[in-house]
Design a protein around this ligand. Structure first.
Ligand SMILES: [Zn+2]
Length: 142
């Protein structure tokens, strides 16, 4: 087994199915997921080869699924244990909006915006020292 230095996937190149899976995964990871322009896109900006669409609870299912697929791929690049978007989540107070940046027909950027009643920045160490969940409860009470 080898691990691709660019996409990070471990695979066995001599196994045809593995090599094929790597080729597809690698292309998505390195170049962005390819989607055709669709009438269901909510276009909010476009200039040259670039455009930004937004997907939220009220979007067509295919657009929410796009946001989910891109979110999963982006999430793999982060050290966060949360932050992925799930297309089948019910509408709640967060009112999540996914902004997808396309270059031609590939999604190359993602911003997930959601309403929060509070925000706080802390390190994993400070989180653990404060007893994890208790830290959040303290801020909720404030
Ligand atoms: Zn690769």
């Amino acid at each position: 087994m080898i691990r691709c230095a660019e996409c990070g996937l471990g695979y066995v190149p001599e196994v045809l199915e593995d090599a094929k899976y790597h080729r597809i995964y690698h292309d998505k990871k390195v170049n962005g997921i390819r989607y055709r322009r669709a009438k269901s896109e909510a276009l909010i900006w476009e200039e040259g080869d670039f455009r930004i669409t937004v997907a939220n609870f009220f979007s067509a299912t295919c657009q929410s699924v796009r946001a989910q697929q891109v979110g999963l791929l982006a999430w793999e690049d982060t050290k966060f244990c949360f932050g992925r978007y799930h297309s089948n989540e019910p509408l709640d107070d967060r009112n999540i909006h996914n902004f997808l940046l396309y270059c031609k027909n590939r999604v190359v950027g993602l911003v997930i915006a959601e309403r929060r009643s509070f925000i706080e920045k802390f390190t994993w160490e400070s989180w653990a020292n404060a007893g994890g969940r208790q830290l959040l409860d303290r801020f909720r009470e404030a």
